[in-house]
Design a protein around this ligand. Structure first.
Ligand SMILES: Nc1ncnc2c1ncn2[C@@H]1O[C@H](COP(=O)(O)OP(=O)(O)O)[C@@H](O)[C@H]1O
Ligand SMILES: CC(C)(COP(=O)(O)O)[C@@H](O)C(=O)NCCC(=O)O
Ligand SMILES: [K+]
Length: 257
């Protein structure tokens, strides 16, 4: 069985793939100091809790945090005897080569999202990932990642207000009832929530104009469900898109490696 690991700047997600479906999805915060033994203690406790009897033979990793990869490699080797495929490393094959400026590093999560979304929807896509940062990944007609946009994440924006302004508290994001807030928290939520709705709409509109063709918009990431309530922003919302992309890349490496 395959263990797929998606490590973002905020959260690390493990999913077990039996070749047909995900048996479970486990989530922890991302910390570069977490050791291989600590990963295993956490992982094995939860797998036992869910009553799963799984035999992991293969591991694939995508990480936007380079420092965590070392301990995840040790984890895979020590507990499963597996040599992981790490997306973005030269030995990891991609179904479609990105077309970007020479020498630039594309976030592995963006390559994985592109592969997952192309597999499900075909080409001409915009993938919006509401993670620590909000990323827009443009997938060409043939499945290649060809660039996009990076905006500060929703929680990051709220946190920046709190950090920079003495009178602004720590606030959790929520969809405000009204645009005109009548207290500080409501004003901050309005600014960030509705500001984000505008940001997503404007960037997607301009991408479509620039490329001069219809493009389907697929959303994913921790905060995507919050914005899906806002109806017409996306064509699809898929919480498992990154995990699906990892299985696509893993299969491609098995078949072509
Ligand atoms: N269910 C949720 N409700 C509210 N906030 C969430 C939820 N899941 C994730 N978040 C927040 O959304 C942001 C993005 O999360 P995530 O997609 O896991 O980020 P990353 O992939 O960059 O680690 C984080 O700030 C996280 O705290
Ligand atoms: C933009 C990101 C920080 C998003 O990461 P995340 O929010 O998933 O933690 C990540 O994709 C990254 O580090 N990218 C490198 C630069 C690029 O993709 O062009
Ligand atoms: K992500």
């Amino acid at each position: 069985m395959l263990l797929a690991i998606d490590c973002g700047n905020t959260n690390t997600v493990f999913s077990i793939w039996d070749g047909t479906e995900f048996l479970c999805t486990l989530r922890t915060s991302t910390h570069h100091s977490r050791t291989a033994d600590a990963y295993f203690t956490w992982y094995s406790t939860l797998v036992k809790h869910y009553g799963l009897d799984v035999d992991i033979t293969e591991v694939i990793i995508s990480s936007t945090v380079p420092r965590v990869v070392f301990n995840l490699r040790v984890f895979a080797d020590r507990f499963f005897g597996a040599r992981p495929i790490v997306v973005g490393k030269p030995e990891c094959l991609l179904p479609h080569q990105p077309r970007v400026d020479e020498g630039t590093q594309v976030g592995p999560d963006r390559l994985v999202n592109s592969a997952g979304a192309f597999d499900r929807h075909g080409g001409d896509l915009i993938v919006v990932d509401f993670g620590t940062a909000t990323t827009f990944d443009v997938v060409d007609h043939d499945g290649a990642y060809v660039g996009g946009a990076i905006a500060p994440g929703v929680n990051l924006s709220l946190e920046a207000l709190h950090m920079a302004a003495a009178a602004l508290p720590h606030v959790d994001i929520a969809k405000p009832q009204r645009v005109v807030g009548t207290n500080t928290v409501a004003c901050m939520q309005s600014g960030v929530f509705w500001g984000y709705v505008g940001l997503v709409r404007e960037i997607c509109t301009r991408i479509r104009e620039e490329r001069d063709r219809p493009m389907k918009i697929v959303a994913t990431g921790g905060l995507a469900p919050l914005f899906q309530q806002n109806a017409d922003l996306f064509d699809a919302m898929e919480e498992d898109l990154t995990m699906h992309g990892l299985t696509v890349i893993h299969r491609y490496n098995k078949e072509n490696g």
